[in-house]
Design a protein around this ligand. Structure first.
Ligand code: AMP
Ligand code: MG
Length: 503
């Protein structure tokens, strides 16, 4: 018996105040299943500030973290379950996916009054495991920890990392790897694929039950709407359009935008083969399983729209009693996605180059010319914009900017045009530069730095680089000169060309 079991009554009983609304939905929504215990769990990382924000007993959870976050000791009040869902994977519909290696422990209402899921990932098999072992390798667990917390620090809506443990057990992939369990926190784990699960069975009643649950939970303002389900479709489309625009702003490539990996809440989820682009090229793909480049950097808006079209299809039966009208409404909503994306993207990119809200006709050309030059010059996406912020207040910074390009003078005419345009804006040079630094990060999780930290952890059991990387990435918009090496693009030979799925 573990330490945590013995001391349950003393503190574990109050560690988390669960309130499990998903478990109160009809049986077909999930399968109750307990985590499968592991041999020798060890707590690698615990996110104390997040635990506190969730209103949890951080003391008790950290003290017994290995037992709780491995699933070895049940958290009192949890109702462990695997969620049912379907999904389009690389364009192919799979009617039954579901949590094959994730187990939802339950929900808590955090200090801000927001309901959040707490889920273990890699905690053993479930009725939806198909041929999988229900486990996760340590590398992908640490990767999700690093990237999801970095996304949060970058200000991008995302699921969060509460804890990571090693299991003391091997998992068998293309080689034998140490196992891990990841504890994920999300506004919810409901996906486009959850709607598809019921729609594919012709179960209109439960599509409606799900839609009502989602409105209650994520979009309460829509309750009084004229057509709440159409309004829901529009609202999800808008959050996804905004999310993808934010991804493009920081060079994020999700890598596996299947409909089962797109949340209804608008949070980024599932950090399998994701990566951050170094050199600017919209065709960039890292995922080793994405040979056709379906999920390339620049395809993400189009895929977002494609996924929203699948959501619209799944909701068709509840949009309108007259199915012809329902199709019309669905098509219009899908069409609006791209307009919304364009608006969100415009706001993102204008802020990145220091433009205010007042638009001029020439702005579009200015933006396009910059991106074309970055592409032609094979410029590092992150550093170029960061140094552009310096150039916004001091011409002397132009040389450092030029050093990022193949031809150091390639941006000179553009910089001149940009400065003429900015001269018409009211902000002071200092204020503009500061505002640009708040949206153009100095630090992103560079693929080669992430790989380095994971290799140390997985191959040598040394978690110091993992911890150091997390620390730097917690303040991505600050210069942190002591950690300049983390802001640099990979040198020749350091480049990561492929990332692998976390399974
Ligand atoms: P993902 O690519 O992580 O989004 O997973 C796609 C589907 O495969 C989901 O239904 C997962 O639950 C399932 N899956 C992935 N890895 C495993 C595993 N090791 N064991 C069982 N199911 C898995
Ligand atoms: Mg997934």
């Amino acid at each position: 018996m573990s330490d945590a079991t013995q001391t349950h009554g003393a503190n574990g009983g109050r560690a988390i105040a669960f309130d499990n609304s998903y478990a109160r939905l009809p049986d077909i929504f999930f399968a109750p299943v307990d985590p499968t215990p592991v041999e020798a769990p060890r707590l690698i990382a615990f996110n104390r500030p997040l635990a506190e924000a969730l209103g949890l007993d951080a003391e008790a959870l950290e003290r017994h973290g290995a037992a709780y976050f491995s699933g070895n000791v049940p958290l009192p009040g949890s109702l462990p379950l695997a969620m049912a869902y379907a999904g389009h994977q690389f364009g192919q519909f799979v009617p039954q996916l579901g949590d094959g290696r994730a187990i939802l422990l339950g929900e808590v209402v955090d200090r801000a009054g927001q309901r959040r899921d707490i889920q273990l990932k890699g905690a053993g098999q479930t009725p939806y495991s198909r041929r999988g072992d229900g486990r996760a390798a340590l590398g992908p667990v640490l990767r999700e920890y690093i990237i999801s917390e970095a996304m949060h620090a970058l200000g991008i809506p995302t699921t969060r990392a509460l804890a990571a443990v090693t299991t003391g057990q091997p998992v068998y992939r293309d080689r034998v790897l140490p196992g891990g369990v990841f504890t994920r926190v999300a506004a919810s784990h409901i996906r486009v694929g959850t709607f598809q699960f019921f729609a594919a069975r012709g179960d209109t009643g439960n599509v409606r039950v799900l839609a009502d649950h989602v409105i209650d939970r994520h979009y309460p303002d829509l309750k009084g709407a004229d057509r709440p389900y159409l309004a829901l479709l529009d609202a999800v489309a808008d959050r996804q359009a905004a999310l993808i625009a934010r991804w493009l702003g920081i060079g994020f490539i999700h890598g596996v935008m299947n409909t089962d990996n797109m949340t209804i809440s608008g949070e980024t989820i599932d950090f399998g083969p994701c990566a951050f682009m170094d050199r600017y090229d919209p065709r960039t793909v890292y995922s080793s399983i994405d040979r056709a480049g379906r999920y390339a950097f620049g395809n993400q808006p189009m895929i977002g729209q494609w996924n929203i079209a699948r959501l619209a299809e799944a909701m068709l039966a509840i949009l309108d009693d007259d199915q012809d009208k329902a199709v019309e409404q669905a098509n219009a909503a899908v069409g609006r996605f791209m307009e919304r994306f364009q608006d969100h993207w415009k706001a993102v990119i204008r802020a990145k180059i220091g433009l205010g809200a007042r638009e001029e006709d020439s702005d579009q050309d200015l933006i396009r010319d910059l991106l074309v030059t970055l592409y032609e010059q094979k410029a590092d996406y992150t550093l170029t914009f960061r140094r552009l912020a310096d150039a916004a207040e001091d011409d002397a910074a132009d040389a450092r900017l030029g050093a990022l390009l193949e031809d150091p003078h390639a941006l000179t005419p553009w910089l001149a045009a940009w400065r003429v345009r900015l001269a018409g804006e009211p902000a002071t040079l200092q204020d503009r530069a500061a505002a640009m630094r708040r949206v153009n990060p100095a630090f992103i999780p560079r693929n080669h730095k992430v790989e380095e930290a994971l290799t140390e952890a997985v191959d040598h059991g040394d978690f110091s680089l993992f911890a150091a990387l997390n620390d730097v990435l917690a303040r991505p918009y600050e210069d942190q000169p002591a950690f300049a090496a983390y802001s640099e693009p990979p040198r020749p030979g350091e480049e990561i060309t492929a990332t692998f799925c976390g399974t």
